[in-house]
Design a protein around this ligand. Sequence first.
Ligand SMILES: Nc1ncnc2c1ncn2[C@@H]1O[C@H](COP(=O)(O)OP(=O)(O)OP(=O)(O)O)[C@@H](O)[C@H]1O
Ligand SMILES: O=P(O)(O)O[C@H]1[C@H](O)[C@@H](O)[C@H](OP(=O)(O)O)[C@@H](OP(=O)(O)O)[C@H]1O
Length: 325
Amino acid sequence: KISHPTYCSGPFDVIVHKLSDVIVEAEHDSQSQHLLANFQSYVSTHPSTILVDPLPAMSQLLDRFTSYRIMNRLICSPPYLEIHSVDDLSSIQQAVITQTLSFPVVCKTRVAHGSLSHEMSLIFSADSLADIHPPCVLQSFVNHGAVLHKIFVVGDRHYCVERPSLKNFPPGPCDRKTIFFNSHHVSKPECSSDLTAMDEQMPHLLPPSSEAVAALVRELRVQLGMALFGVDVIINIHTHTLTVIDINIFPGYEGVPQFFPSLLAYIESLLDTNSSFITWLFIAFFCVLWFYFSVFIALWAFTGSPGNPALSARIPSVHLGAYLL
Ligand SMILES: Nc1ncnc2c1ncn2[C@@H]1O[C@H](COP(=O)(O)OP(=O)(O)OP(=O)(O)O)[C@@H](O)[C@H]1O
Ligand SMILES: O=P(O)(O)O[C@H]1[C@H](O)[C@@H](O)[C@H](OP(=O)(O)O)[C@@H](OP(=O)(O)O)[C@H]1O
């Protein structure tokens, strides 16, 4: 526990953490700022300690403005709009049209972590945009047959788990009132809600192909620089396109019994890589040292040692220098 004064006693080979709470609270709370500063100073004074995952990589997912930019740049995700501050309704309505968002839209808080971040709304018309509370993002709702595919990543491995999800809604604006919901009431394994129960019989869509999921995970691992994260994927019922709606830091891995063995295997692989990297660093260091030593011996052999330029001393040294090189 990083609040404990002896946590720095280490040394640690690897630190696996979920400091999302602390990072978010450090925005406004001095105790969290202090904890985070302590932790960062430990990490920077122990460069050989491996951090899973690096703090800057995690921070980018704690802010939906940043994470949705990444999602939109790299992968297929629904059109979205950042709402920075309370603006007049007409300019928000205009921005929704300009960004080609389609109703209904889902409104999510800017901060992606903590209990408040799971409070969302489903907005059905331009007039109902008055219900939003900036800063937030608006994201086009994509009909997906009420099935969410959670992809849980643990280092080089990943696992897919099906979850309930919001049901289909008729596309286009309508005069329905805004629906306020908590994401954990619609997409946890045990959820049963009117919002997830399909009205009509929906043919079961095929899950995303394993090749597409593997390619998605590979790309995200490189781009995010993270090993422990979750990707929420839905399949658009009209286009059958794999669509990413959310990326989570170190999720719960519920429904993944292989989580702990996979985490241990990943940590072992990190330690192996680290120790062979250190071995190679030593070998490289001694090679460079050897090279300079040999050059020195060779030069010394040709020019003679200072104050003793006797030719007789040079000849054996030339041989020695050549041998060392
Ligand atoms: N663009 C969208 N189109 C369709 N459904 C969506 C969309 N965005 C969110 N949803 C629905 O809302 C739920 C919650 O969305 P999201 O995953 O963004 O919330 P969250 O609170 O970040 O979730 P998590 O618990 O994974 O952190 C999804 O599981 C899905 O049912
Ligand atoms: O602590 P916050 O920021 O609220 O993070 C949540 C993630 O956003 C969710 O994705 C996790 O749920 P899933 O494991 O169902 O994805 C959820 O898992 P949990 O319910 O097992 O804690 C949390 O990790």
